[in-house]
Design a protein around this ligand. Structure first.
Ligand code: ADP
Length: 265
């Protein structure tokens, strides 16, 4: 708490009384602390792939380049790490745009069943390659939603890629939707029976860079920003997202989107 005192001076020139201003600086200190942590996180996240790229490049220069099999492996690692770094920088740019300009949604009426079908199609190959059964469970009919299609596609991509990343081969991932007509909401759920999240990590899991296991996330190509971006995009629709999980049993992430009202374009 910061307290400032200002003596009061009357028009007549006489002094009398004091104004005390009590200012809560804890919020300011908290924001400053968050900003510092963020910069430290970004630096660390960029240094990790750069260090890897450097050491593999060094090994190539020092002779590994003459061994075709070895050089192929090392170049692949370099490529993967570069791709992850590009993803990271893109995610960061997106978040920084959200912070500075807010999120501008281009909402229209959207056919949700089709949207979910496309999302499932985008991931059918990846899930098959990893030995994961991906199912789409939607009712025969759903009302149209009033959303920014690109934004919701990105939310779905982030949630589905997590479900597949953190579910071992042999597991399953389900994409579901149901309507709550009274509340004028469509609820969308991504459910997996993968590794789960410990209870103590759940309440911070939507924070930028928060991960249960950094090494595992990086190994899977993760940036630690997917859930943070998903939450911002859902909340920009005036909606909400929540996560439930049990370690070694699986994770369910659910969010809702508004049903299009009559007259909405
Ligand atoms: P990342 O790029 O690390 O996956 P996210 O922001 O998407 O970043 O997720 C943050 C963390 O939440 C992940 O590192 C992981 O620990 C945990 N997580 C997210 N989704 C799941 C899931 N479906 N199953 C288990 N853990 C998950």
């Amino acid at each position: 708490l910061r307290v400032t005192f200002t003596p009061l001076q009357h028009d007549s020139g006489k002094k009398g009384g004091i104004i005390a201003v009590l200012q809560d600086i804890t919020e300011q200190a908290r924001l400053e602390q968050q900003r510092r942590e963020f910069v430290a996180n970004v630096s660390h996240e960029l240094r990790t792939p750069l260090t890897t790229i450097k050491s593999y490049t060094e090994a190539l220069l020092e002779g590994a380049v003459d061994d075709p099999e070895l050089s192929n492996r090392f170049l692949r690692v370099t490529m993967t790490e570069t791709e992850r770094m590009i993803r990271l920088v893109n995610d960061l740019l997106q978040l920084s745009r959200f912070d500075s300009q807010g999120i501008h949604l281009h909402r229209k009426r959207v056919n949700v069943i089709r949207l979910l079908q496309y999302a499932a199609d985008r991931f059918s190959m990846m899930s098959e390659q990893q030995g994961i059964r991906l199912t789409l469970e939607v009712p025969e009919q759903l009302p149209e939603a009033h959303v920014d299609q690109d934004a919701i596609n990105q939310v779905l991509d982030n949630l589905l890629s997590n479900a597949i990343k953190y579910t071992p081969a042999g597991g399953s991932v389900a994409l579901r939707a149901m309507v709550d007509r009274q509340q004028k909401k469509i609820e969308i759920v991504v459910m997996d029976n993968g590794i789960g999240i410990p209870a103590r990590d759940l309440k911070r899991i939507f924070e930028r860079f928060y991960r249960v296991d950094k090494a595992r996330s990086r190994g899977q190509g993760g940036t630690g920003l997917g859930l943070a971006i998903a939450r911002e995009l859902v909340q920009a629709h005036g909606a909400d997202i929540e996560i439930n999980s049990k370690i070694n049993e699986g994770t369910t992430v659910g969010f809702w989107i508004p049903v299009a009202e009559e007259g909405e374009a």
